[in-house]
Design a protein around this ligand. Structure first.
Ligand SMILES: Nc1ncnc2c1ncn2[C@@H]1O[C@H](COP(=O)(O)OP(=O)(O)OP(=O)(O)O)[C@@H](O)[C@H]1O
Ligand SMILES: [Mg+2]
Length: 254
């Protein structure tokens, strides 16, 4: 059974169908790309899956349970998280504090107890937070304030904060947007290692075609809210319908 499945997923805004009858099936351990021209409905799709937006019709199943209609916090506890466009959750806290605090977003724990506490449980959280930070190669910056990090490192901290909730599946919203080539390579490396070493399932919405084509084994193309086609990077790049959908949008280079 697929880890994440949508059936007939539809979102209507006044006078507009932003997501239309989308059937997606994503297996454990996949790195799935979701692409499509501007306004195709990719972000809306993410918002539906993470519970930030209510579905108009259709259903979403995650890890064997129906999650459509559930609150984002419930969905996150089930192991499905997304990163946000915004950079860091707690700008005036350190990298380590950010990841520790993110582990507690579901647990009602005193803010300061969380950071300065010395209980066994707190120690375990801190150790796991350090592990996540090391994995994403942020350990040099462990004590830097989030707001003082470079753009690239702030985005990576966003991934660390998402990992802090111990997800099975992580949805990344344009993770390399605004990054230079070195930062981009760093992030695509992390994405692959997340899957290979931590058995994470990754769903990636990304405008940068080189990143999508080089990182994902399988890609779903959305156009006007509908699933246009799915295939390997090669199949997608050579598909007439995909090329047509992208004609006239000059930030794509298939
Ligand atoms: N809250 C909303 N209310 C009304 N219309 C919306 C809302 N959110 C998105 N839309 C519309 O739904 C369509 C899909 O938008 P969406 O942001 O999902 O596209 P996208 O594929 O993420 O585009 P981009 O690549 O530019 O980020 C667009 O026409 C957008 O204007
Ligand atoms: Mg978008």
């Amino acid at each position: 059974m697929a880890l994440l499945e949508t059936r007939g997923l539809t979102k209507r805004f006044a006078g507009l169908v932003a997501v239309s009858d989308v059937n997606l099936s994503i297996e454990t351990g996949e790195i799935r790309g979701i692409i499509g021209p501007n306004g195709a409905g990719k972000t809306t799709l993410f918002n539906l899956i993470s519970g930030a937006l209510k579905v108009s019709s259709g259903s979403i199943t995650f890890d064997g349970a129906k999650v459509s209609g559930k609150r984002p916090s419930h969905i996150a506890r089930a192991g499905l998280v997304r990163t946000f466009q915004r950079n860091a959750m707690f700008p005036s806290y350190s990298v380590l504090e950010n990841v520790i605090l993110s582990r507690h977003t579901e647990v009602k724990s005193n803010f300061f107890q969380t950071i300065f506490g010395t209980g066994h449980e707190e120690e375990a959280h801190r150790e796991r937070a350090r592990e996540i930070i090391r994995f994403l190669e942020l350990d040099e910056h462990e004590n830097d304030l989030a707001e003082n990090l470079s753009h690239g490192h702030q985005r990576i901290l966003g991934i660390a904060n998402a990992l802090a909730t111990e997800p099975k599946l992580i949805m990344l919203d344009e993770p390399v947007a605004g990054m230079n080539p070195t930062e981009t390579r760093m992030v695509t490396d992390h994405i692959r290692r997340l899957r290979d070493e931590w058995n994470m399932t990754v769903v990636l919405v990304e405008h940068d075609m080189r990143t999508v084509m080089g990182t994902c084994e399988y890609i779903s193309v959305i156009n006007f809210g509908e699933l246009l086609m799915e295939g390997t990077p090669d199949q997608v790049a050579n598909d007439k319908r995909v090329i047509e959908a992208y004609l006239g949008s000059d930030d794509y280079d298939l």
